[in-house]
Design a protein. Structure first.
Length: 127
């Protein structure tokens, strides 16, 4: 959605949001990388048209590849498997579910909304 000008910043209660793309631009269960406020993020649309945003940087390898991860489930949890070492993360919270004996490293997540078919992402990650 680049227009060559600075994106309009919209506000939700306690959150500044910027338009990133149209929901129709995201294929279900496929990741897309984007730059939001100078940070690389990965966006994932689920089959029920919800959108989740996590950091693009794999916390285990350091590579910016999370948008290439695999969306799945573990029990009732929607998950993302990292493409490098296959750690599994909760897609909604970023919690690492597979630390495999190591200190778990979680993904940061961003607030996201879909309004009138446009995906809006928070300027700052969730605390």
């Amino acid at each position: 959605m680049s227009t060559g000008t600075a994106p309009e910043v919209l506000t939700a209660p306690g959150t500044a949001l910027v338009p990133v793309c149209r929901l129709a631009d995201l294929q279900p269960e496929r990741g897309v990388a984007a730059l939001v406020a100078g940070r690389q993020v990965a966006l994932f649309r689920t089959v029920d048209d919800r959108v989740h945003v996590v950091q693009q940087r794999d916390p285990y390898s350091g590579a910016n590849v999370m948008s290439r991860g695999l969306v799945g489930t573990r029990g009732e949890r929607l998950t993302l498997a990292g493409p490098m070492y296959k750690q599994v993360f909760d897609l909604g919270t970023g919690e690492c579910l597979d630390a495999q004996g190591a200190e778990p490293r979680h993904l940061r997540t961003w607030p996201v909304e879909v309004r009138d078919g446009v995906v809006l992402v928070g300027l700052d990650p969730r605390p």
